[in-house]
Design a protein around this ligand. Structure first.
Ligand code: NAD
Length: 470
C-alpha cells in the first residue's frame, strides 16, 4: 500500500497490507493471548501502559513529523496532539483500578448474603480508527481496552498507517505481547475482514457511511459496538458577546487541523445585531492564518489529508454560490506552498490543498450547511433570535457537539439543554476532555469513549450472588 504525502503528492513509503488470511491468523493468536493478560493484576497492566506513556513522551519529536508527512497535519498541531494525549493516558491509568474494582452492592452478614458486581473484560476487541487524530482516537480505545484485560486488534486508518505502526511498536517494546495487540494494516477491505472476525466488541471512529455498514454487519451477532462518527457541529453567537473574542475562538475551532476534526465548528449562526461586525472580525482572523508547508513550525493550515475531499469542498462552494451565497475569502483548490496563499489553478495539481474559505448569505437549502465538510471551509448564517438559532442548530441528522457564545450562562444552558447533541459548549468549542464522556447522537454515533464510562464500556458486568453456608 502506498503512503502519500498530502502536501505534495509524493510517495512517503510502501507498507504491506494485511490479507484476510493474516487477519484470521492474528485473530486466533489474540484470542489465545487474552486470558493470560486478563489474569495479570490490573496494577501490572497499569505499569506496562505507564511505560507506553513514557515512550510517547520520549519519542514525540520523531512521531510528530511522521504524522505530518502522512496526514498533512501542521507539525505544531501534531506536537500538540502528542502532548495532549498524555493527559488522556494519565486519566485512564489513574481511573482504571477504581472503575474495575469489584462493587459490593449488598453485604448482609445476618443473612449471610453478599451481592457483588465483577467487571470482566470483553475478550478480543477490534479498534478501527480514523486518521485525523490517530493518537487521540486510538488511545481512547486501545488504552482502556488493554487496561481492562482485553486483547486488541487495532486497524489504523490507511492514511495513518505509519503512525499506527509506530504505536504498535511502542506497545510491543514496553511489554504488551505482540499477539495481544494485533496490528492490522490496510484500507476498507482489511477493515471489512476485521469486522468478519468473531470479536467481542468493535469500536470504530470514522464516517457515518462506514459506521452504518459496520453496525449492520454486527447486528445479527449482537456484538457490542461503539461508533464515533461525523458531525455538523453548530455554534450560535448571540447579541451580547465580545465579538472579536468570539470570532477568534470560532475561526480557530473551524480551521484547526484544516477543519478535519470530528468536533470542528461546521456552521455558525450569528444574531443579526452583531452579524456584520462578527463576519469582519472572523474574515480578518482567517486571512491572518499562515497557510503552507505543514513541516514548518509557523504553519497553521496545511493540506487536507484526502484528495477526494477536494471535490466535496468544491461542490459545497459551487452549490452555495448557485443558491445565492457569497464567498468572502477562499473558495478554490489552492496550493499555498507553491503559489502563495490563495493560489489556485494548475499549481493545485500537486498536493491536496483547499483555500481557507468563508461563505455568508447561506441557508439550509445548501449542502454547505447540511453535509459534513471536513475541510477548511465554513458557512455563517444570520439569525433574528434565539428561537431561530435553536431550530437551525437542531436541523441536522448529526448530534456530536453544539455551542453558544453569550455572556449569560443561564441563557446558554437553557438553549443547550434543547440541542440534541452529546456535547455542549458555552464560550468554547472544538474541545475534548478525558474526564467527560465523548458521545454522538443520531448519525454521530452510539456509545461513548472517555470518562469513566469510556472504561466501563470495555468490560461486561458479572453479577455474583454469594450466600455463605449457614
Ligand atoms: P472512514 O469511514 O472512511 O474510515 C474510517 C476507518 O474505517 C478507516 O480505518 C477505514 O480503513 C475503515 N473502513 C473503511 N471501509 C470499511 C469497511 N467497509 N469496513 C470496516 N472498516 C472500513 O472515515 P475517515 O475518513 O477515516 O474519517 C473521517 C470521519 O471520521 C469524519 O466523518 C469524522 O467526523 C469522523 N470522526 C469522528 C470522530 C468522533 O469522535 N466522533 C473522531 C474522528 C473522526
Amino acid at each position: 500500500m502506498r503512503i502519500v504525502n498530502p502536501a505534495d503528492g509524493s510517495e512517503v513509503a510502501e507498507v504491506d497490507a494485511d490479507s484476510s488470511d493474516t487477519i484470521v491468523e492474528k485473530y486466533a493468536a489474540a484470542r489465545q493471548a487474552q486470558p493470560a493478560w486478563a489474569s495479570r493484576p490490573v496494577s501490572e497492566r497499569v505499569d506496562v501502559l505507564r511505560r507506553f506513556r513514557a515512550m510517547v513522551v520520549y519519542r514525540a519529536e520523531d512521531l510528530a513529523p511522521l504524522l505530518t508527512c502522512e496526514t498533512g497535519k501542521p507539525v505544531a498541531q501534531a506536537r500538540s496532539e502528542l502532548d495532549a494525549v498524555v493527559e488522556r493516558i494519565d486519566f485512564f491509568l489513574d481511573s482504571v483500578e477504581s472503575v474495575t474494582a469489584d462493587d459490593v452492592v449488598l453485604d448482609d452478614p445476618s443473612g449471610g448474603l453478599r451481592e457483588v458486581i465483577v467487571h470482566e473484560p470483553l475478550g478480543v476487541v477490534a479498534n478501527i480508527s480514523a486518521w485525523n487524530y490517530p493518537y487521540f482516537v486510538g488511545t481512547n480505545v486501545f488504552v482502556p481496552a488493554l487496561l481492562c484485560g482485553n486483547a486488541v486488534m487495532y486497524k489504523p486508518s490507511e492514511l495513518a498507517s505509519l503512525t499506527g505502526q509506530a504505536i504498535a511498536e511502542m506497545l510491543w517494546n514496553v511489554g504488551v505481547p505482540e499477539d495481544l495487540f494485533a496490528l492490522v494494516i490496510g484500507a476498507g477491505q482489511a477493515g471489512a475482514a476485521l469486522v468478519d472476525q468473531p470479536v467481542d466488541g468493535l469500536f470504530f471512529t470514522g464516517s457515518y457511511t462506514t459506521g452504518l455498514r459496520i453496525a449492520e454487519a454486527l447486528a445479527p451477532r449482537l456484538t457490542p459496538v461503539g461508533l464515533e462518527l461525523g458531525g455538523k457541529d453548530p455554534v450560535y453567537v448571540t447579541d451580547d458577546v465580545d465579538v472579536a473574542a468570539a470570532a477568534e475562538s470560532l475561526a480557530d475551532g473551524a480551521f484547526y487541523n484544516a477543519g478535519q476534526s470530528c468536533c470542528s465548528v461546521e456552521r455558525i449562526y450569528v444574531h443579526e445585531s452583531v452579524h456584520d461586525q462578527f463576519v469582519d472580525a472572523f474574515v480578518t482572523t482567517v486571512k491572518g492564518f499562515v497557510v503552507g508547508d505543514p513541516t514548518e513550525d509557523a504553519t497553521y493550515v496545511g493540506p487536507v489529508a484526502r484528495q477526494p475531499q477536494l471535490a466535496v469542498l468544491e461542490a459545497q462552494v459551487d452549490d452555495a454560490v448557485a443558491k445565492g451565497a457569497t464567498v468572502l475569502t477562499g473558495g478554490h483548490r489552492g496550493q499555498a506552498g507553491l503559489a502563495g496563499h490563495g493560489g489556485h489553478g494548475e499549481s493545485a495539481a500537486r498536493g491536496y490543498w483547499f483555500e481557507p474559505t468563508v461563505v455568508v448569505d447561506v441557508t439550509h437549502e445548501m449542502a454547505l450547511m447540511r453535509d459534513e465538510s471536513f475541510g477548511p471551509i465554513i458557512g455563517i448564517q444570520r439569525v433574528n433570535d434565539d428561537a431561530e438559532a435553536l431550530a437551525l442548530m437542531n436541523d441536522t441528522d448529526y448530534g456530536l457537539t453544539a455551542g453558544v457564545f453569550c455572556r449569560d450562562e443561564g441563557r446558554a444552558r437553557a438553549l443547550l439543554a434543547q440541542v440534541d447533541s452529546g456535547t455542549a459548549y458555552w464560550n468554547c468549542c472544538d474541545r475534548v476532555s478525558p474526564r467527560l464522556p465523548w458521545s454522538g447522537r443520531n448519525h454521530s454515533g452510539i456509545g461513548s469513549t472517555l470518562s469513566t464510562t469510556g472504561i466501563e464500556v470495555f468490560c461486561r458486568p458479572k453479577a455474583f450472588h454469594l450466600r455463605s453456608p449457614s
